[in-house]
Ligand binder design. Sequence first.
Ligand SMILES: [Zn+2]
Ligand SMILES: [Zn+2]
Length: 367
Amino acid sequence: MSDKRDYYEVLGVARDVDAADLKRAYRRLAMELHPDRNPGDAAAEDKFKEASEAYQVLCEPQKRANYDRFGHAGANAGFGGAGFRDVGDIFSTFSDIFGDIFGMSGGGRRAAAHGADIETRVVLTLVEAAAGITKEIQVLRNVPCGTCEGSGAAPGSEPESCRHCGGRGQVMHSQGFLMISSTCPICRGEGRVIRDACPQCEGTGLNEEEDALQIAIPAGVEDGSTLRLMGRGEAPPQGGRPGNLYVILRVEADERFERDGADLHTEVVVSFPQLALGDRVAVSTLDGEAEIEIPAGTQPGETLALTGHGMPRLNGRGRGDVVAHLKLVVPGSLSPEEDGHLRAYAASGGQRVNPERSGFFGRKKKK
Ligand SMILES: [Zn+2]
Ligand SMILES: [Zn+2]
């Protein structure tokens, strides 16, 4: 007993280490000493077990407090036995960590209880989507119970290791030549049982809570794109991984534009003289109106681009364009004066159409 190394020393952390750094330290060691990476190396396996034991004690506030006060003898007092039977036991106890590192599902071992994913929606205007924005959302989700700190056991009591399965959550049966393992019916795979349930959460260790979250939405998102917030979903029942929060983004249509990726298409209504003689016209952009130059002799339906005035590109640099589609509108009626001018224009040769410029038979740009 007394030849055991100090747990903090084993993990190479300070005595006041916080939970996140403690987990990181253990993960790093576990990666290094993992039996799959050190096959047949008994020394590495011993160190792996030693680190796992240290982490098992230090990651639980009550055990850690006992260890700090009473040393190794205090660490597992009242917790139904210390340590791990074998390496498989370590994997199932810290399945959240090993699942992360090695993508193991812990097949056959105790299944990690995962918190459920939550899905929510956020509606944005196109202008908000272009600029990026932080939005506050309300999420109703299960969080660890504050009264029992998520253990499910009434304050002053602790969940006990399940005697039926020895805390493994799995029981073995023989069936002919086969050994079949199945979920323990007493603890339903959790490995522990609660004798005295917490009155606040009725032993689930979870309470439903309305949570306000700030969601940073990057500039340039598309309608229907989804943000994944790892670990911000439902808390798991015990010892597992929390679920994820998926935020589905709805970008409202903007009547001024039709969006195509990073480009915004818009329509500009023009008259025949504006196209024939050239003009400057106003075009809608995300930040108000901009002027664009129509060169003399522009055809209806041609497009003019305001480069870099479109949506920001999510995965690249820069922005798309605002593409102005020139739509020719012919007046429905003319004043007698306009009528006269137009007839004079027609008589002077204006009815002639140059086939090269008509746009129909393979018109070529002369530039
Ligand atoms: Zn509780
Ligand atoms: Zn059991």
